[in-house]
Write a protein that binds this ligand. Structure first.
Ligand SMILES: Nc1nc2c(ncn2[C@@H]2O[C@H](COP(=O)(O)OP(=O)(O)OP(=O)(O)O)[C@@H](O)[C@H]2O)c(=O)[nH]1
Length: 237
C-alpha cells in the first residue's frame, strides 16, 4: 500500500502575501534578488502577513529536519523567532525603505579628503545565509557645489544595504552607488574587510581569512597621492 502523507495544513491556500508581492514586482519589471530592496512594492499590513508566512514555512523546514517542535520546549518558538529575525532584523534592508538622510549645503566649500570609519557592519552571505561581520572605511572628496550628509547617515545607509543576503563584491558596489547618488562627491573610496562565517563555522572551517574589497571612484582613481592618503589615514583610524 502506498504510504501517502496528507499535505501539511497551510493557512496559505489562498494567494499568499509573497505571491501578491511577487506578482507586483514582476508586473513592474523589477528584480527581487536576495540583495534587492522591495519596500516600495509592499503594501500596509503585508509585512505582518509575510512574517506569518515565513513562520509557517520555517516550521515546515524544522519538521523536514525531523525536529519535534510540538514537544521540544527549546524549538517550539523557533519558527516565529526566525521569521521575525529575517524580516525585522538581519534582512530588514530588503523590506524597509531607506533611512531618512538629512543633507545640508557645503557652505564652507570643503573639498579636502574626509574619512569615516571604521563602520562596523553585519550581513549574511546569499549562498548559505551565514553571517558576514566586518568593518569599512569611506573616503570622500566632497564636491564644493553638492550637499553634505550627516556623519551618522553613513553608518545608517551601510546598515540598510548590508542587512540583506549579500556577496561582498556586490555589497561594496551597492554602497558606493548609493553614496554617489546622494552626495555626488568628486571622489569616493571604500575599503571593506569582512569575516565570512560560511568559511569559519562550516565549509573549510578556517578561522583566518578576511576578505578585503576596495572601490575607488572619481578623483581617487586618477590621483595616486589622494588614494595613498586615504589608505594611510585609514590605517590610523
Ligand atoms: N566571492 C565571494 N564568495 C563568497 C562570499 N561569501 C561566501 N563566498 C563563497 O561562496 C562559495 C559558495 O558556493 P559553493 O562553492 O557552490 O558552495 P559550497 O560547495 O558549499 O562551498 P564550500 O564553502 O567550499 O563548502 C564558497 O566558496 C564561499 O566561501 C562573498 O562575499 N564573495
Amino acid at each position: 500500500m502506498l504510504n501517502t502523507l496528507p499535505a501539511p495544513a497551510s493557512p496559505f491556500n489562498e494567494e499568499s502575501a509573497s505571491d501578491r508581492i511577487r506578482a507586483r514586482l514582476r508586473k513592474a519589471g523589477r528584480m527581487f534578488r536576495a540583495n534587492d530592496n522591495i519596500a516600495d512594492l509592499i503594501d500596509d499590513g503585508e509585512l505582518d502577513e509575510l512574517r506569518s508566512e515565513v513562520e509557517h514555512r520555517m516550521k515546515e523546514v524544522l519538521g523536514a529536519l525531523v525536529i519535534d517542535t510540538d514537544n521540544d520546549h527549546n524549538s517550539a518558538g523557533t519558527a516565529r523567532r526566525v521569521a521575525k529575525m529575517f524580516i525585522d532584523e538581519v534582512f530588514a534592508g530588503r523590506y524597509r525603505a531607506a533611512p531618512p538622510v538629512t543633507s545640508f549645503p557645503n557652505v564652507s566649500r570643503l573639498n579636502e579628503l574626509m574619512i569615516v570609519g571604521p563602520i562596523r557592519f553585519r550581513s549574511a552571505c546569499s549562498h548559505h545565509l551565514c553571517p558576514i561581520m566586518g568593518k569599512l572605511w569611506i573616503g570622500i572628496l566632497p564636491n564644493t557645489d553638492a550637499n553634505l550628509i550627516g556623519l551618522s547617515k553613513y553608518a545608517r545607509l551601510c546598515d540598510w544595504i548590508m542587512s540583506r543576503p549579500q556577496i561582498q563584491e556586490e555589497a561594496v558596489t551597492m554602497l558606493a552607488d548609493e553614496l554617489e547618488r546622494r552626495i555626488r562627491p568628486d571622489g569616493l573610496a571604500i575599503v571593506m574587510e569582512a569575516d565570512h562565517f560560511c568559511m569559519r563555522w562550516r565549509g573549510v572551517k578556517d578561522e583566518q581569512p578576511v576578505m578585503t574589497s576596495s572601490i575607488m571612484r572619481g578623483a581617487f582613481l586618477k590621483d595616486e597621492a589622494l588614494r595613498r592618503d586615504f589608505l594611510e589615514l585609514r590605517n590610523g583610524a
